[in-house]
Design a protein. Structure first.
Length: 282
């Protein structure tokens, strides 16, 4: 989601949205899935192509309500065109919106979720405050998952990939974001008004291993290096040349072809409960 107060580093190139569209609720929002109840009303902030959003439907049932908001109309069109949405198997209200000013009354949703959104904005705490505002109290939950790009670890090790990671992180900062958002997430929740005793914090190691999985990831990132917003901004900011970008793409493909290739990184998951007697989210 490209919030009004930051530039979305990856942009909406097809290679980006195709990769995001493969994410599932079970793998990338398990901390939410485990607390969803039949009949829940859920808001997904920065929903992107909607794969996680539509994945929530089966857990809330026909009496539940799922709403996805994003600031990009083009990616919302992709979300509305998902097969499960078109067929009616997943009923989701996808609408344009801004996380800094959610167009919903206070106390509107049982669960308010965001996946890999806050790392791209300049005022993450303000977005969390908005998410908290529209969550029902007492007992409503705000659930967020953010990566920490300081934890990415490759094998085989490659200094060119290490160089790329430094460039990527610098691009994020120039865009007004925070590439190491994961480690800051609990503090942001506290600053947004959540009491520590109503927070649940966990970490999830995302791992890619195996020839097919690593080759696919490598090709995705190689293309993102050359075709997405990362490429245009890295050059515009003077952080890399076109030759550098090609070196980075070649390094990704070289890594993906290695027989023992694998990579892992850490996501931080935080659920903050609106204060009250409910045990949801604990």
């Amino acid at each position: 989601m490209q919030a009004a107060n930051g530039f979305y580093t990856h942009g909406y190139a097809p290679v980006v949205t195709a990769h995001h569209g493969k994410r599932t609720a079970e793998k990338f929002a398990g901390h939410v899935v485990k607390i969803l109840k039949r009949g829940d009303e859920v808001l997904d902030v920065g929903c992107g192509p909607g794969s996680i959003t539509s994945g929530f439907c089966k857990y809330v049932g026909p009496k539940g309500r799922i709403v996805g908001v994003d600031s990009s109309e083009s990616v919302l069109e992709e979300a509305r065109a998902r097969p499960e949405v078109v067929s009616g198997a997943a009923v989701v209200d996808f609408r344009k919106g801004d996380g800094t000013a959610l167009d919903f009354p206070s106390n509107s949703f049982d669960v308010v979720h965001a996946h890999q959104v806050l790392q791209h904005v300049t005022t993450p705490v303000e977005i969390l405050k908005e998410m908290r505002r529209v969550a029902r109290g007492p007992g409503g939950v705000v659930a967020v998952r953010e990566v920490d790009f300081g934890t990415w670890t490759w094998y085989p090790e490659d200094p060119v990939l290490d160089e790329y990671l430094k460039v990527y992180r610098a691009v994020c900062v120039h865009n007004g974001g925070q590439p190491c958002a994961g480690r800051r997430l609990p503090a942001w929740f506290r600053e947004a008004g959540f009491s520590p005793e109503f927070l649940s914090v966990s970490s999830d190691a995302v791992t890619y291993f195996g020839a097919e999985e690593c080759a696919s990831l490598a090709e995705t990132w190689a293309r993102r290096v050359l075709e997405s917003g990362i490429a245009t901004k890295a050059v515009a900011y003077g952080l890399a040349s076109q030759e550098d970008l090609q070196r980075f793409a070649d390094a990704w493909r070289r890594w993906g072809a290695a027989p023992d290739a694998h990579v892992f990184y850490i996501d931080t998951c935080v659920t903050g409960r609106v204060e009250g007697s409910s045990e949801r989210g604990k």
